[in-house]
Design a binder for this molecule. Sequence first.
Ligand code: GDP
Length: 325
Amino acid sequence: MSDRLLIDQVLAGNPTAVARAISRVERGGTIARDTIRAIFSHSGRAHIVGVTGAPGTGKSTLVNELAKEFRRRRGQVAIIAVDPSSPFTGGAILGDRLRMQDLTGTGIFIRSMATRGYLGGLAAAVADALVVLDAAGFDPIIVETVGAGQGEVDIAKNAHTTVVLEAPGFGDDIQAIKAGILEIADVLVVNKADREGANRTAAALEMNLSFNKDEGAQAWRPPVLKTIALKGEGVTAVADAIEKHRAFLGEHGLRESKERARIEDELVNVLQRELVARALDVATPQRIADLIERVASRELDVYSAAEQVLGKFDGRRPTKDAGQV
Ligand code: GDP
C-alpha cells in the first residue's frame, strides 16, 4: 500500500490500515513522524477515556464490557491496552487473545502495547497511536493501563476522563489510595461487587474523596460506582458517568485546558527526544567513549563531560534518525 493510500484508508476508518499505521508509529523515527504529520490535522475530536487500577481488579473485563456498551450507543470504539510488564506487543499473549476473541465481530478495535521496542518511550507511542485512532474517527478511545508506575499514571492522567478501578479483597488497603492515583480519578469503580467487602471499599473511597476534593459548585465530584464486570452489571452506569463527565468538561471549558496540558507534556517529551538525539549525533561514538574514560578516571565529572558534548551542539537536524538513539 502506498503511503498516500494508507493515509486515505486510515482517515476512512479502515481497521487494517489503522493497525498498520499504529505499527508505523510504534517503530518511531522518520516513518512515525511522517505518519503523524499526514493525519494530525484530522485528530482532536475523540473523547479519550483512561482506565487504570491494580492488576487483577478486573480492568480488561470491565473495559471490554464498557467498549460493548459504547458500541451499542453507536460509538466507533477503540481500546489501547497498555501492559508495561509484558515483553510482547501486538496481542501475542494468551490473555490478550482471549479478550480479543470476546470482541470478535463487535466492530471494536483493540490493540495491545507493551514496553518492548519503543525507543521514544511507551507514553510517546501511546500518544501517537491515539492520534491515529482519533484521526480514523474512533470515539471514544479507551486506554487501559496498570496503575502501578509513574509512566502509567501519566498516561491515564492525560485522558479526558480517568476511571480508577478498585476491587475488594486486597486486604484493608485501598490500592488507589496507596498508589496515589485517587487524585486523578473522575469516576471511581469498585468492581467485583459480588464479593464480600465491596461496600466497605466504596465507603472508604467516598471518605477519602471528601478529604481530597474541593466542594465548590464548579468542581466535579467523582461518583463511586459498583460493578460486577464479569456479568456486565453496573456497566451502563459507568458509561453514563463517563458521558456526564464529558459533558461537564465541555460546559466548563475544561476540555481545552486538558488538551493544552496534554500537548505541553507531549511537546516537552518530543523536544527531549529530539534534542538528545541531535546532541548525540554531533558527538561521535569515539568521542563519547573518550569522555567516558575521562569521567571514569575522574579527570572530568559527568556535568563537564555533558557540557563538552553540548558545546559542539548547534541544534541542527541529525544525519541519522532521531528515533534510533
Ligand atoms: P485486570 O488484571 O485488572 O485486567 O483484571 P481481569 O479483567 O483480567 O480480571 C481478573 C480476574 O477477575 C479474572 O479472573 C476475571 O474473570 C475476574 N473478574 C473480573 N470482574 C469480576 C467481577 O465483577 N466479579 C468477580 N468475582 N470476578 C471478576
